[in-house]
Design a protein. Structure first.
Length: 241
């Protein structure tokens, strides 16, 4: 991880991101992933993967393995079905946060169970504080909290009430369904990654961000994000040490 001695706000447009497009999957990668590799774009703080995936109806990621990663899945539209080698099974839908701790090793699948509707999701990977832990799984419905407006903690290594737990004290994922013109305070931190999942928003000091645009903040101080008018905005914000 490189050290920053001055504030930095780097905007990454959708068009600058890596793109995977095959018959059943369209995926926008904020960072190096799979066959897409740029040694200068591998992470921001503890966040090493942020993929914006559209999975066609009746398809998905068959059984595959992971180790030593905290994986958070957030669905925007449709549903995805999770099954893993620890016996966990769940249907993930919009507003339901899901965390899988790969730990010492886990095998899982992520399939779109609908025969007619695509599923749109964001999957994010954070480095764990400790390697080789017991694999684990958690999901929690956050729709009621999101409906109140503002930003809420979705996944936290710091014990935020209502959030799913990740095994990394240095990371918290905040999210919000911001109504038109609604403003929220972006959490301040050493490394902050703001992703506009849907709609558009104005980031203080940086300008307008459209869907699939992101901002990488490094010691950049507290900033406000405001949903566009007349559209709303769904934002996902990682704060990491």
């Amino acid at each position: 991880m490189r050290s920053m001695s001055f504030p930095v706000c780097e905007i990454r447009r959708k068009e600058q991101s890596f793109l995977t497009q095959i018959d059943w999957l369209t995926s926008i990668h904020c960072f190096s992933f799979g066959e897409h590799h740029d040694p200068e774009n591998t992470h921001h703080g503890l966040l090493v993967v942020s993929n914006d995936d559209i999975i066609k109806a009746g398809t998905g990621f068959g059984t595959h393995s992971h180790r030593d990663m905290e994986i958070v899945t957030w669905v925007l539209d449709g549903e995805v079905e999770h099954q893993d080698s620890e016996g966990n099974h769940g249907i993930i839908y919009p507003g339901l946060a899901q965390r899988m701790s790969a730990g010492s090793g886990i095998r899982h699948s992520e399939m779109n169970p609908s025969p007619v509707k695509d599923v749109h999701l964001i999957q994010m990977w954070v480095l764990p504080a400790t390697r080789g832990i017991q694999p684990g799984y958690e999901q929690r419905d956050l729709n009621a909290a999101l409906a109140k407006g503002g930003l809420i903690p979705i996944a936290s290594g710091q014990g935020h009430p209502g959030a799913i737990t990740i095994h990394q004290k240095g990371a918290v994922l905040w999210g919000g369904w911001l109504k038109p013109s609604e403003t929220a305070q972006v959490p301040n931190g050493a490394r902050v990654h703001l992703y506009v999942a849907r709609g558009a928003a104005e980031l203080e000091g940086a300008g307008k961000l459209n869907a699939a645009d992101s901002a990488r903040l490094s010691e950049a101080g507290a900033r406000r994000v405001t949903a566009d008018t007349p559209s709303s905005a769904e934002v996902l914000i990682w704060r990491t040490d």
